[in-house]
Design a protein around this ligand. Structure first.
Ligand code: SF4
Length: 387
């Protein structure tokens, strides 16, 4: 049996750029900005008035790795549901308020961790800043100033003709100044647009104007496939410059999918510890095994893995042995057989029909010896099902 050196402390994985120096604020128990880990947010899709359904969805999001959740507060009935939701949620709850300043006060009183305000939509917002700042400050509640291309102030739309990056930034800086005039600094900012190019430019400009923590989002990014690509592209462009303190992927799909995509983006950039990573080849004319099916079955069988295990699934002997050796665990297939590698050494050769089962067995054995990533709180071993 090969000696395996697992569970040893490893140095931090390299990132593409140092993090931009932003001010740190609290969203309940989660710090945002400064040296705090980049957090993942999502938003419930249940009616907020349906407290049980909303709490159920929050529990699912929490299990998927969501750090902070936002709930919509369009009516007084939704505002009335906030105390129960804020009390029972395991993760900080942000009330999302667009039109009614009085709901901001209700959300603060309800024990929400933060409130998102959209100054472009909240009528008479400017008159109420002082009161909002005082109430938030007294309650230890932070805010997000959420500027959105779809609800930009009319004055700025007239000035710029459309919601350009410059217009979004001018709006955000103006709204920030209204709070800062009252000595209130516990807020983050977002400047969302559905076009990743405009969005990236807006955040780049905003990042130069102050040290506010920034909440990244491509708004109305679209259905899962398109939205994932738009978000990954835009977030990647910004995070690779160190810009961004918390992220929300917006998909026309169940919110758990948003959390999964956000997690993958952060893991890909080494901004969150990597968990299960399947390194599988695209297959080509040399493949001697059905790589797609093999990779899918291994992925499905290892779903729920919480340790940073890298599993290589390769179709032939060209790159197979090399990649399999680099991974914690791997298979290189050929001639109806699979060579199983653990930490660079061939530990066994099995018939093709046994590859998936053997990889899963080996993965479980390795996972049991590995500590779960920090802050995870879960055991390393996955709940495994053979796909
Ligand atoms: S590992 Fe083999 S089958 Fe897979 S892409 Fe490379 S050459 Fe093709």
């Amino acid at each position: 049996m090969t000696a395996i050196n697992l569970g040893m402390p490893t140095p931090p994985a390299p990132t593409l750029a140092p993090r931009r120096k932003s001010r740190k604020i609290q969203v309940g128990k989660v710090a945002v900005g400064g040296d705090a880990p980049i957090s993942i947010q999502s938003m419930t899709t249940t009616p907020t008035t349906d407290i049980n359904a909303t709490l159920q969805q929050i529990a699912e999001l929490t299990a998927a790795g969501c750090d902070i959740v936002r709930v919509a507060v369009p009516t007084i009935d939704d505002a009335d549901a906030l105390p129960a939701i804020a009390k029972k949620s395991q993760i900080p709850v942000i009330a999302d308020i667009h039109f009614q300043p009085k709901y901001v006060f209700a959300a603060i009183d309800a024990g929400c961790a933060a409130v998102r305000v959209n100054p472009g939509n909240i009528r008479k917002f400017d008159d109420q800043v002082k009161e909002i700042a005082r109430a938030a400050s007294d309650a230890g509640v932070s805010l997000r100033i959420g500027v959105n291309a779809g609800s930009l102030d009319k004055r700025l739309l007239e000035k710029y003709g459309k919601p350009t990056a410059e217009a979004l930034v001018e709006s955000a800086v103006w709204e920030a100044s209204l709070f800062e005039e009252h000595g209130f600094h516990d807020f983050k900012i977002s400047v969302k647009h559905n076009d990743p190019v405009v969005m990236v430019r807006a955040y780049e400009l905003l990042a130069q104007r102050g040290d506010w923590p920034l909440h990244l989002g491509v708004t109305e990014a679209g259905p899962a496939f398109q939205g994932t690509i738009k978000s990954a592209t835009a977030f990647g462009a910004l995070l690779s410059q160190g810009i961004g303190d918390t992220i929300r992927v917006s998909l026309s799909a169940p919110p758990v999918e948003e959390v999964k995509v956000g997690t993958q983006i952060l893991q890909a950039l080494n901004l969150r510890p990597r968990k299960l990573e399947i390194v599988s080849c695209p297959s080509c004319g040399r493949a001697q095994v059905d790589v797609y099916t093999l990779a899918e079955k291994v992925t499905a069988g290892l779903e729920g893995m919480t340790v940073p295990l890298r599993v290589a699934v390769m179709g032939c002997v060209v790159n197979g042995p090399g990649e399999a050796r680099e991974a914690d665990l791997g298979v290189a297939s050929g001639n109806g057989k699979g060579q199983i590698f653990v930490k660079g050494e061939v530990v066994k050769t099995v018939p093709e029909a046994m590859i998936v089962e053997t990889l899963i067995e080996e993965a479980m054995r390795i996972a049991e010896t590995m500590p779960a990533p920090e802050n995870d709180g879960q055991a390393g071993a996955p709940v495994v099902s053979v796909g």
